[in-house]
Design a protein. Structure first.
Length: 166
């Protein structure tokens, strides 16, 4: 190295000093609602630390549950895109399967619900209030029809896009 050349030194990046960005999920509870609470839209009851179906105890306060907030805001946690060549009978069977999976999941877990089922250019677009229900619908379609399934979660796994091709 010549005398005129400037010496450069290498300084490795210290990953332990990088500031981690906080991922904001407006539907994740920062704290639990005061108990007991009842959702004025769907009737789910918050008691013993979780949302359940049941009768609200006397004196329960009104508190919109996270699923109803998502529905009101039209902000799904899961989107299932169902594509392929479907006959009318296959489409009806697919819709029955989707409804069955949603009903079974919602019966046990009130925050797991269908939001909308729409037909866009021959494909079905299904939105859900949870990533779990979207995944469950995609897996049920694959078991029933043996199509291709692709799950794509967001970085924090707070949103999933499920692609199913028949």
């Amino acid at each position: 190295m010549s005398h005129n050349a400037k010496a450069t030194s290498f300084h490795p990046v210290r990953h332990d000093r990088l500031i981690q960005e906080h991922r904001h999920d407006p539907y994740a509870s920062r704290g639990k609602p005061a108990e007991p609470a009842v959702c004025p839209d769907c009737g789910a009851v918050f008691h013993d630390g979780r949302w359940r179906w049941g009768t609200a105890p006397a004196g329960a306060s009104a508190q919109l549950c996270p699923a109803c907030r998502r529905v009101r805001d039209e902000y799904p946690a899961g989107v299932v895109l169902v594509g392929g060549d479907f006959s009318a009978a296959e489409r009806d069977e697919t819709l029955r399967l989707v409804e069955h999976e949603a009903t079974a999941e919602s019966a046990e877990h009130p925050l797991e619900r269908l939001m909308k089922i729409e037909d866009e250019d021959g494909s079905l677009v299904i939105t859900t209030t949870s990533v779990h229900l979207a995944r469950r619908i995609g897996e049920a379609l694959q078991r029933a029809h043996r199509g291709r399934l692709d799950l794509r979660y967001s970085e924090g796994e707070r949103f999933v896009r499920v692609y199913y091709w028949h």
